[in-house]
Design a protein around this ligand. Structure first.
Ligand code: PAF
Length: 280
């Protein structure tokens, strides 16, 4: 496994590979990330991972300074997983002095995470534009846990005609159902136990959907009732949205289904999770 820092080193390492699956990350890797690397390697023959905590996607009051980092552990895990190249750029490798170009996907970034984290998706789209241009992957792999990110990246790639395929891979969960996330490390033992409430809220909305409920408000309240019963959970939002446009729905078309998602503050972290309510 080669570990490179500058854009030039990365380009040289990439040039030696043919079909490449890219897994962009902010490090502090867990099984969710590693499952993406495994899939990239299997489907493309070669995997490139990036580790970069992107300052541009953090708000001024967010956790950029305290975001968990463990470079040596991350590199050991990537090596074990069969990753071919890891790009660990510095801030100036990604954003050289005088950097002045930003990518902003409009519309679908207005709601959900976009509404609660102004500028977040501009940061994500901009960093991924740099990463995609430098790495030139055949495919790029993302976790479905960040459902809005997947929709935004697919839209950007389509709108700008970027020559790569965006793949969303299922959320990887802890045995009790909590979606894996680097920010789970912020939870104390009590909060960690209670965090399973997110999965329970999603179980409730899946059941309501299977039982025939199609009203957006009632599907949202199926999630909210479960969250309200957990005193440590402070929901930011629960959403029933169109899976492609991310518009909030009053009524879910059974032929289309919906994305059920939620964001919940639990102690220090703000945790996200979602399920797709499939067409029926
Ligand atoms: O999902 C993440 O970890 C980040 O948003 C990404 C895609 C690596 C861009 O910084």
């Amino acid at each position: 496994m080669r570990v490179v820092t500058t854009r030039e080193e990365l380009r040289a390492a990439r040039a030696e590979l043919d079909v490449v699956g890219l897994v962009p990350t902010m490090g502090y890797l867990h099984d969710g990330h590693l499952s993406l690397v495994r899939r990239a390697k299997k489907e493309c023959g070669a995997a490139i991972a990036t580790i970069f905590v992107n300052p541009l996607q953090f708000g001024p009051k967010e956790d950029l300074g305290s975001y968990p980092r463990d470079r040596e552990r991350d590199l050991a895990l990537l090596e074990e997983t069969g990753c071919d190249v890891v790009w660990t750029p510095s801030d100036t490798d990604v954003y050289p002095p005088g950097f002045d170009t930003y990518v902003d996907v409009e519309g679908i970034t207005d709601g959900l995470e976009g509404a609660h984290r102004p500028g977040h998706f501009r940061g994500v789209s901009t960093v991924l534009s740099v990463i995609f241009n430098v790495v030139q992957p055949t495919r790029a792999y993302f976790g479905q846990k960040d459902a809005q990110q997947v929709v935004v990246v697919k839209k950007m790639v389509g709108d700008l005609g970027m020559p790569l395929e965006v793949i969303a891979s299922p959320t990887i969960r802890e045995p009790d159902g909590l979606a894996m996330s680097s920010r789970n490390s912020y939870l104390d033992p009590t909060e960690r136990e209670r965090a399973v409430v997110l999965r329970r809220a999603l179980d409730a909305v899946e059941k309501a959907w299977q039982d025939g409920e199609t009203h957006g408000a009632l599907l949202r309240s199926a999630m909210m009732q479960v969250l309200d019963a957990e005193p440590l959970a402070e929901p930011d939002y629960v959403s029933i949205a169109h899976p492609d446009t991310l518009e909030e729905l009053d009524h879910v078309d059974p032929a289309v289904g919906a994305l059920a998602s939620l964001a919940v503050r639990l102690g220090k972290p703000r945790l996200l999770d979602n399920v797709v309510l499939p067409p029926r």
